[in-house]
Design a binder for this molecule. Structure first.
Ligand code: GLA
Length: 412
């Protein structure tokens, strides 16, 4: 008996030591149970580009709490490109000592003390898009550093990756994060080049589906070697991708431009509503320290956020387009639906929508909006008013570039 237990102890120690010590066996799967609903937070890039420093980031964390954004569900404070200083003599990355004199660990501690989480940015190539040190060849070392700092979210970009295969490069950083041992959300930022929706769900929690967003509602910005896309152009590029999204793995149509000065209040509403319908990550990209009331109300509209954060995690779909007005639907838990009428023209449009006309069937979620079987009561998610029931034809006017967004709940 004694002999047997010695043997068992010996075997279990050997097996444990062997499996932990074998660095050739890697785990290429993301950490599970992170991002079960689309991540919500803030990112520095759209407003500040390379102009990031620890004082600003601390103030953003403060504002996240004081503006009610944290209460509305925003969690991540993500520092994008250009925080980097260089690599030390052993190759370990350190932040810019002038912009981040207290270091990243202190900043992470501060953000955590507010009940928030911290995100950082790197790149699969030799350099980031902003010309800072990339992680290529340093993946495991960087992952160890991020874990030691207390990082919760990594956006991993795709500049300067000539000759690399995207799936392999992202699997490498995932393996490195796994080995470092701290659960970190991985945001794949590969711009949709190599169909990240096909391999991304195992490797990361969200993947960019397109090139960068541009701060306009309906335009394309040609930068010469690359193009950036307005809100409507990004929306159109999501076509066909909804089946790849779900709890823990999301299509990412890029960070929001709400409050960055180029969109009208109607366009801000439309942008936010559509990101909610797409079950997109809600990453604010404005200066939340000084945003006006209108912007704050858009970003913290709890009813619209509830559509985005619905636990079913089904991305919405475009049902039809009539005279420049698109009708989008999103199935939600407890038999509910979100419906959003998006007026893409600059002119006021009158709509009439007859819920009785024919059932709307969503093959993906196996859900049906069929008023012959069930009626719904409706709430306008922007005015917060009761919007009647599906028993009557819906009649409304929608301003140019605005939305009418409704939540439909079953009448029992
Ligand atoms: C790329 C990304 C952007 C941003 C910049 C930073 O363009 O797509 O979201 O991170 O790099 O340089």
């Amino acid at each position: 008996m004694k002999k047997f237990s010695f043997l068992a102890l010996f075997l279990s120690i050997t097996i444990t030591a062997f499996s932990q010590g074998n660095n050739y066996v890697q785990n290429y799967n993301k950490y599970e149970n992170l991002a079960l609903t689309p991540p919500m937070g803030w990112n520095s890039w759209n407003k500040f580009a390379c102009n990031v420093d620890e004082n600003m980031i601390r103030q953003i964390a403060d504002a996240m709490v004081s503006t009610g954004m944290k209460d509305a569900g925003y969690t991540y404070i993500n520092i994008d490109d250009c925080w980097h200083g260089g690599r030390d003599s052993l190759g370990f990355i350190y932040p810019d000592p002038v912009r981040f004199p207290s270091g990243m660990k202190a900043l992470a501690d501060y953000i955590h003390s507010k009940g928030l989480k911290i995100g950082i940015y790197s790149d699969a190539g030799s350099q980031t898009c902003g010309g800072r040190p990339g992680s290529r060849g340093y993946e495991f070392q960087d992952a160890l550093t991020y874990a030691a700092w207390g990082i919760d979210y990594l956006k991993y970009d795709w500049c300067n990756t000539e000759g690399l295969k995207a799936e392999g490069a992202y699997k490498t950083i995932t393996a490195a994060l796994r080995r470092a041992g701290r659960p970190i959300v991985l945001s794949i930022c590969e711009w949709g080049n190599d169909k990240p929706w096909e391999w991304g769900p195992q490797v990361g929690h969200l993947w960019r589906t397109t090139g960068d967003i541009y701060n306009c509602f309906d335009c394309i910005k040609d930068h010469g070697t690359w193009k950036a896309f307005g809100v409507m152009q990004i929306l159109d590029k999501q076509d066909g991708l909804r089946r790849y999204a779900g709890p823990g793995h999301w299509n990412d149509p890029d960070m929001m431009e709400i409050g960055n000065g180029q969109l009208t209040p109607a366009e801000d509403r439309a942008h936010f509503s559509m990101w909610a319908m797409l079950a997109a990550p809600l990453i604010a990209g404005n200066d939340i320290r000084s945003m006006d009331k209108e912007t704050q109300e858009v970003l913290t509209n709890k009813d619209v956020i509830a559509v985005n954060q619905d636990s079913l995690g089904v991305q919405g779909f475009k049902h039809e387009t009539r005279d420049s007005v698109e009708t989008w639907l999103k199935p939600m838990k407890n038999g509910a639906w979100a419906v959003c009428f998006l007026n893409r023209s600059t002119k006021v449009k009158s709509i009439e929508f007859n819920w009785q006309e024919k059932p709307i069937v969503d093959e993906l979620s196996k859900r049906e909006l069929n008023t012959a079987v069930r009626q719904y009561k409706m709430k306008n998610l922007w005015t917060k008013k009761d919007a009647g029931t599906t028993k009557k034809v819906l009649k409304a006017t929608i301003q140019g570039h605005d939305v009418l967004m409704l939540a439909l709940t079953e009448i029992k």
